[in-house]
Design a protein around this ligand. Structure first.
Ligand code: GLC
Length: 755
């Protein structure tokens, strides 16, 4: 009872201090005043985040976190919890924080709402393939609405790590290889999560993660070493984080990796000099799970106490599951190894977000049981993720017009271990989604009743259970089912083959050394193809795959990723032409894993071209060409688009002038379609070498049959700037090429110069 009275005193104090004094109303002043009455233990408590009881998304700490969770919660030593979800469970911990601690400071409740909460949208890499920023924003808004209705007020998303290495399991969680597309998507996702009013009970604080360089792990092995130069850091890795800040992202999360010899969590260059210094970032930095204590394994911290000192001095504000802030900061301040000003700065940043969320006005605003029941899974959300899923599908190849399927009179064989699978399409990082809740391809195709549809699994994808935390056992031995599948294919008009990766073959800690279609699936495909050439290959995967044999043999290939709850309906509507595919690859597909890392915005090198048949001294492989299997930006439609007639409004400008690039885009087919027209720029020489081309703009253009439109882009200073050898963002005079087209391989170009 005493503690509740104290909690009420705090709210009275805040009201008295600010409620009746119209002049004193800024959040910063409320933060300062609250800070002034906090003990050092209470300050440290705000910097301490504990895991809840589900979804341990990292290695459980040695001490076991149940022991001190409640004691610390009651004594105000916990400022945040993660993986506590659902109104009932959140209420339990929030009531302790608000009503049983001395100051009653509400918890901020974090969760990995990566691509939906219960109603799952496509994995982020799939969403990126839509290039549809409004659909992506909407998708995040749906996720936020459901998460907020379940007591969560902070998501650890968007992940904005650029990556060029498909071996890395977390490419599924990002937006691919390009900083311009990745930046635009980062902005859209933050806006979707946070909305325009963070005090609304339907919006949640977002997180730009993982700062920084995580996607450049050596050999694509998760958590591995990262060593990159200044130009890559500033021109490729940083821009999406800067776009997230432009969208007012409230928090950052650092990364597990070391960057150029210093773990990100203890990296003052990253967190203090760049983020909080140059970029003047006002939000707070949460560590990744256990990343502080892992500085011992990195060989950077002597022990836990040293890790706490390094992390706070380097600008990590909140400790996720390392237990080092709660254990050692008071001692380190007393010993003069940590300045209390750094503690105060961290606490102010955290309190500011809690005030901005409106948690001090109503700590239970996210805890409305009735709303939770009404909001989760509602029809509008199903429609929203279906729309997102359809737009995420990429048509890689479509010979003999095998697609769209005829809607009647066809004998269709639906074959493959993922064809009836209701779990794989949910993708990795669905940690609040319920297993087996996806619409399968079989279910989606059964909606089209005028064809004879027969399903055969063919082969199993895995042996044993498909469990999130256990290693996935790929089936490489059990060929049961291939014979029946071949027999079915033999007597069918068309085969729709659905194969690929299971959800948890991608995601965190799921790096692969192979980019082949796992297990016996390709063998199944080849056996079926021997008896029926009319194969539509539908891929479900969370990373680019090296499908060279498929590209050389299979007439039609659809990249369907892991599309979330409405997967089967989206795929069926595309296969039957009720949605004309418009997706474009956000990441290069290699011919084989030996080409990796392979990406479109590569450098030219000093020996870029083949000087002649008998000369070998140029940058190439002796066994495979340098070309990718499918380039960044590639994606077909049932329509046919032609680009022509590129024109520039000027051929020479000063850096403060702009050039308008215009061209004609024609739909030469008799099917209305949408094309993502892309603009690339090449800087021919500069103070640091520049990529052979870089995406600098794109536009979604819808064209009726045989319709032409003049489309234009403006080349402005912002599209010419880069981080130069002078260590600043600027335009350098010189000669440039501009390209427009439907992929990064377009050859429609024009020249201009900057004086
Ligand atoms: C994980 C991930 C991070 C996630 C966090 C909390 O290890 O690296 O992205 O937000 O822990 O689940």
């Amino acid at each position: 009872m005493k503690k509740i009275k104290i909690g009420i005193c705090l709210s009275l104090f805040l009201n008295l201090a600010f409620g009746q004094q119209p002049s004193v109303k800024t959040i910063d002043q409320k933060v300062d005043s609250l800070l002034s009455i906090m003990t050092i233990k209470e300050k440290i408590g705000q910097m301490n985040q504990y895991n809840g009881f589900w979804n341990v998304t990292g290695p459980t700490p040695v001490e076991g976190d149940a022991a001190n969770k409640y004691d610390h919660l009651k004594s105000g030593l916990v400022g945040s919890m993660l993986n506590v979800r659902g109104v009932e469970e959140v209420l339990k911990v929030q009531k302790i924080a608000v009503e049983e601690t001395r100051l009653g400071i509400p918890l901020i409740i974090g969760f990995d709402v990566i691509h939906g909460y219960k109603t799952l949208s496509p994995i982020p890499l799939a969403e990126a393939a839509s290039w549809d920023l409004e659909a992506i924003r909407k998708s995040s808004e749906i996720a936020a609405t459901e998460a907020a209705a379940s007591g969560i007020n902070w998501t650890f998303a968007p992940m904005v790590d650029i990556s060029r290495d498909a071996r890395w399991g977390r490419v599924m969680e990002g937006s691919g290889e390009d900083p311009y597309l990745g930046g635009k998507i980062a902005y859209a996702r933050v806006k979707g999560f946070q909305g325009d009013d963070l005090t609304s009970p339907n919006t949640i604080a977002a997180t730009a993660k993982h700062f920084a360089g995580y996607g450049f792990a050596e050999a694509g092995r998760d958590y591995n070493t990262v060593d990159v130069g200044t130009s890559t850091l500033y021109n490729i890795i940083f821009p999406p984080f800067q776009e997230a800040i432009k969208a007012d992202v409230k928090t950052f999360m650092n990364s597990f990796n070391e960057l150029n010899g210093i773990p990100a969590t203890g990296n003052a260059f990253l967190q203090r000099e760049v983020l909080k210094g140059d970029w003047n970032y006002k939000g707070f930095m949460v560590s990744d799970w256990g990343s502080m204590i892992e500085m011992i394994d990195h060989g950077y911290a002597k022990d836990g106490k040293h890790a706490a000192e390094l992390a706070l001095n380097a600008g990590s504000d909140m400790d996720m599951e390392s237990y080092v802030y709660v254990k050692y900061i008071e001692e380190l301040v007393a010993e003069g190894k940590l300045d209390i000003a750094k503690v105060d700065d961290a606490v102010k940043r955290i309190l500011r977000v809690k005030f901005e969320l409106g948690l001090f006005d109503d700590p239970y605003k996210y805890c409305d049981l009735g709303r939770e029941k009404k909001v989760i899974g509602q029809k509008a959300h199903q429609e929203g993720v279906l729309d997102m899923a359809k737009k995420s599908i990429v048509l890689l190849k479509n010979e003999n017009e095998l697609l769209p399927l005829k809607k009647k009179g066809q004998k269709i064989a639906l074959i493959g271990p993922l064809a009836a699978d209701k779990n794989s399409p949910l993708g990795s990082w669905r940690i609040a989604g319920d297993d087996n809740t996806a619409i399968s391809v079989l279910e989606g195709m059964q909606e089209y009743k005028k064809n004879k549809l027969t399903y055969q699994e063919g082969v199993k994808l895995s042996i044993g259970e498909n469990d999130f935390v256990k290693e996935f056992k790929v089936n490489t031995t059990d060929r049961t089912g291939i014979t029946e599948a071949v027999a079915l294919a033999k007597k069918s008009d068309v085969v729709v083959m659905v194969i690929g990766e299971y959800s948890y073959q991608t995601g965190e800690a799921r790096s692969r050394t192979s980019l082949d279609i796992p297990g016996l699936q390709e063998e199944l495909l080849k056996e079926v193809y021997k008896v029926n050439k009319n194969v539509v290959l539908v891929l479900m995967n969370g990373r680019p795959l090296a499908i060279t044999w498929e590209q050389e043999n299979i007439p039609t290939i659809v990249e369907a990723w892991h599309l979330g709850t409405q997967s089967g309906n989206a795929i069926a509507q595309v296969l039957y032409g009720d949605y004309n595919p418009s997706g474009k690859l956000p990441m290069t597909f290699p011919k084989n894993v030996g080409q990796v890392p392979i990406y479109y915005n590569h450098k030219n090198t000093g020996r870029p071209t083949n000087p002649g048949d008998d000369v070998v001294f140029w940058s190439h492989y002796s066994d495979v060409s340098n070309e990718p299997l499918y380039p960044f930006g590639h994606g077909l439609s049932y329509s046919k688009f032609e680009y022509s007639n590129i024109k520039l409004s000027a051929n020479a400008i000063t850096e403060n002038e702009k050039i308008r690039v215009s061209f004609t885009l024609k739909n030469t087919s008799n099917i209305e379609g949408k094309e993502v027209a892309q603009l690339y720029i090449k800087d021919l020489f500069a103070s640091v070498t520049r990529p052979v081309r870089e995406l600098k703009d794109f536009k979604m253009v819808t064209l009726k049959p045989n319709e032409s439109k003049e489309v234009s882009f403006d080349i402005t200073k912002e599209k010419l700037q880069f981080y130069t050898a002078n260590n600043k963002w600027e335009v350098e005079p010189g000669n440039f090429k501009v390209f427009v087209g439907g992929s990064s391989k377009t050859s429609l170009e024009a020249d201009f110069s900057v004086k």
